[in-house]
Design a protein around this ligand. Structure first.
Ligand code: PLP
Length: 384
């Protein structure tokens, strides 16, 4: 790997997305790291701890991606790739001691909450669900906590937490702080700077960015935690496939441009949606009226590419809207180049505190006028 340590701290994040994780500059060597498809590696007579040994433990294709993501998050150690975001979440939750307490947002990625509740149901640890925007409520729940799980803005309500304040209090209570940074990407927020111990990514979303990969990652600067997470990955086997990691690094190269466009599209659409008679409420931290606006402005380098709206005609209007769009794709997931739209409560596991009429928009990189014209015609048709 090209050694960027030393000067990587001085490189802008949008340079790092392109420059990090390149092979060494040697004559005739490739500029892109190759995909290595081998389940095992040549041994030497005297093995060392640095040996690759077997591809469940280590794979050369992981290295450039893990280097690049670690540097982007400002970590002193490379990231760890996992088979999926939830594979990474399972490894992170393994840090909770048996009998411990996990404090987690009531609105957060459904899979993470379901996994924590499943662990609680089988007696592994207990779970306290909180309104993450209500700092006093979270602080009151941190007593005796072993882990604070943060997601900010939350899925799909886009609530914004006071990350640094909560992380400090969690540390004082002896808890490990995990921040799911999927919605932000390291270009919008670096949670390690706000006190996170472990950062989680569903690489499936913005980092890979093309809705063609399922992949996850964890990032930490704590060597002891990283060793535990690596051991969990090796023993539980939720390892990343080399092709997926290669695609994710390819996607990462254009992350800055994709984020810039998604975010500028999202801000413009949020403003126009706010003025549309068929829309009752727009949740987007970039809008000055949004309850999370002040915190988002202080903590984030952008407002993200996700908007949640509530249609004026309730659930029926929301379903009709999703059925009436032609460019927006009705599908779950987010963070790809293409714009996706989904009424969240159609998912059986969605919390009942998420309104029936809530439609989540993952804003892609298409031309904003085409995206707006499509939404406007669909909203106008259901508004009638
Ligand atoms: C999708 C998602 C996950 C889960 O990731 P997978 O790659 O689908 O396993 C976790 N957190 C957030 C915020 C997500 O959007």
């Amino acid at each position: 790997m090209t050694d960027l340590s030393g000067h990587s701290a001085h490189l802008a994040p949008d340079t790092l997305t392109v420059a990090a994780g390149r092979p060494p500059r040697e004559h005739d060597s490739p500029v892109n790291a190759p995909i290595v498809l081998s389940s095992t590696f040549h041994e030497t007579v005297a093995p060392t701890s640095a040996d690759r040994i077997y591809a469940r433990m280590s794979n050369p294709t992981w290295d450039p991606f893990e280097e690049a993501l670690g540097q982007l998050e400002g970590a002193s150690l490379p990231a760890l790739a996992f088979a999926s975001g939830l594979g990474a979440a399972a490894a992170a939750l393994s840090l909770v001691p048996t009998g411990g307490v996990v404090v987690i947002p009531r609105h957060a990625y459904g899979g993470s909450v379901s996994l924590a509740l499943a662990e609680e149901a089988r007696g592994r640890f207990s779970v306290r669900q909180v309104d993450i925007a209500d700092t006093a409520q979270v602080l009151a729940q941190l007593n005796g906590a072993s882990m604070l799980w943060l997601e900010s803005p939350t899925n799909p309500m886009l609530e914004v937490a006071e990350t640094a304040v909560l992380a400090d209090a969690a540390h004082a209570a002896g808890a490990v702080v995990v921040v799911d940074n999927t919605f932000n990407t390291p270009l919008v927020c670096r949670p390690l700077d706000y006190g996170a111990d472990v950062v989680l990514h569903s690489v499936t979303k913005y980092l890979a960015g093309h809705s063609d990969v399922v992949l996850g990652a964890l990032v930490t600067s704590d060597a002891e935690l990283r060793t535990k997470l690596t051991t969990h990955r090796t023993l539980h086997g939720a390892i990343a496939g080399p092709f997926e990691v290669w695609l994710a690094l390819r996607g990462l190269r254009t992350l800055a441009l994709r984020m810039e466009r998604s975010q500028s599209n999202a801000l413009e659409l949020a403003r126009r949606l706010q003025a549309h008679p068929a829309v009752e409420l727009v949740r987007y931290p970039g809008l000055p009226e949004d309850p999370g606006h002040e915190r988002a402005t202080a903590q984030l380098k952008g407002y993200g590419g996700i908007i949640s709206i509530e249609t004026a005609g309730g659930r029926e209007a929301a379903d009709a809207l999703v059925a009436a769009v032609r460019i927006w794709l009705p599908a779950t997931s987010l963070g790809g180049v293409e714009s996706l739209i989904e009424r969240r409560r159609r998912q059986p596991g969605e919390p009942l505190t998420v309104p029936e009429a809530l439609v989540r928009l993952s804003v892609g990189i298409e031309n904003v006028e085409d995206l707006w014209a499509d939404l406007d015609q669909a909203l106008t048709s259901v508004g009638r």
